[in-house]
Design a protein around this ligand. Structure first.
Ligand code: SF4
Length: 361
């Protein structure tokens, strides 16, 4: 097997790594937060969230003692909200069952909610110098090119092969630095398109570079087309300048966040009928659907939506939280205190920035 130039990579990393707030600490709590936030999310997006989060919850005890709504409010806009709910649960577990101490080994970290093999390897290697290799998209790209792996990197068997190779080369000394170095090389030099091989510390021994295959490795099969749903949403007003919002159940997607009630349009249904039907099913009320307020598009990881929001007024019945964990009537000032998913947040921002009034019923 080609020898991997670990020392050259570490040298390169020490001279070229970007300045990031979580690179200045070995506190496992801070590293944990950064690793969870960085999943599926860009570094530039994460930095302000990371700072605000640590300002609010400087220790694992502070996080454990917070209520879930405060945690979700600080996570608002970052997406994949189960990350925040799980991290909060794990902090409570650390406080109640582990005397407030974050476990210092890969195996024990894996027992905490929301910590999988990748995060356990990252925390244990960076904070506790355990020899555990991380494999993310950047590592897959660097390793598949370096070793000339031509198979489809979406396949589990190929990911396992790369994990095994990386486990074999991670050094005993500075394993956390090694992990971060491979990821940083993937982010800055071994980029998906036009990698900067001329300035790469691995180029002398890199298979893809030396066989002119950097454009074809890694090979990724095409993703399946994701569905696109039309969503009808009711912005229900009470005649007193307040809007009705619903709390999503904890175990649902976007659980613990608030939203304007509504749901998926059925085939052949008019959007206004979707809103009427959904509000009947979710709240047990009959509504009059008035003007359209806004239409917007949003993409989640497994589907896309076009959301159509309509002003609505209840014509009979009292709203009940039939499919939610609670309902609230809120003014435009109060609404900012509640965490909302991004698509709903766009509706709120339009209301607030345009100085729009909630219509009187
Ligand atoms: S030489 Fe090029 S392809 Fe190989 S690891 Fe470096 S940047 Fe990636």
């Amino acid at each position: 097997m080609t020898e991997f130039p670990v020392a050259s990579l570490l040298d390169w990393y020490h001279n070229n790594k970007r300045d990031m707030p979580w690179r200045k600490t070995s506190d496992p709590y801070r590293i944990w937060i950064s690793e969870i936030m960085l999943q599926q999310t860009r570094v530039d997006t994460v930095i302000p969230y990371y700072r605000r989060f640590l300002e609010a919850f400087p220790t694992v005890q502070d996080l454990a003692n917070a209520d879930q709504q405060t945690v979700l409010k600080l996570w608002e806009g970052l997406g994949y909200y189960s990350r925040a709910r799980n991290m909060h649960q794990a902090a409570i577990e650390v406080q109640n069952e582990r005397n407030g101490t974050i476990p210092d080994s890969y195996d024990e970290l894996l027992k905490l909610k929301g910590i999988g093999p990748y995060t356990a390897a990252a925390i244990s290697s960076i904070a506790f110098q355990e020899q555990r290799a991380v494999v993310d998209g950047n590592v897959i790209r660097v390793m598949s090119r370096f070793y000339g792996i031509e198979d489809d990197v979406r396949r589990t068997a190929v990911k396992n092969q790369i994990q095994q190779l990386t486990d074999e080369i991670i050094p005993q000394e500075q394993p956390g630095e090694f992990n971060q170095a491979v990821m940083e090389l993937g982010a800055l030099v071994c980029t998906p398109r036009k990698p900067l091989c001329d300035s790469c510390p691995l180029s002398t021994a890199c298979t893809a570079y030396n066989s002119a295959q950097t454009e074809t490795i890694p090979y990724k099969s095409k993703k399946k087309k994701i569905p696109h749903h039309q969503i009808g949403v009711g912005m229900v007003t009470d005649g007193d300048g307040r809007l009705l919002i619903a709390l999503r159940p904890d175990d649902a997607m976007l659980g613990g966040l608030w939203e304007f009630p509504g749901g998926k349009k059925k085939q052949g249904e008019l959007l206004t009928d979707t809103v009427r039907r959904e509000l009947q099913e979710e709240l047990g009320v009959t509504v009059r659907v008035n003007d359209k307020f806004m239409k917007l598009k949003h993409a989640y990881s497994h589907f896309k939506i076009t959301l159509h929001a309509y002003w609505c007024v209840i014509t009979s019945g009292t709203p009940e939280p039939i499919s939610s964990n609670g309902l609230k009537w809120v003014t435009l000032d109060e609404i900012s205190e509640f965490p909302f998913p991004k698509a709903n947040k766009v509706l709120i921002e339009k209301l607030q920035t345009n100085g729009q009034k909630i219509p009187r019923a």
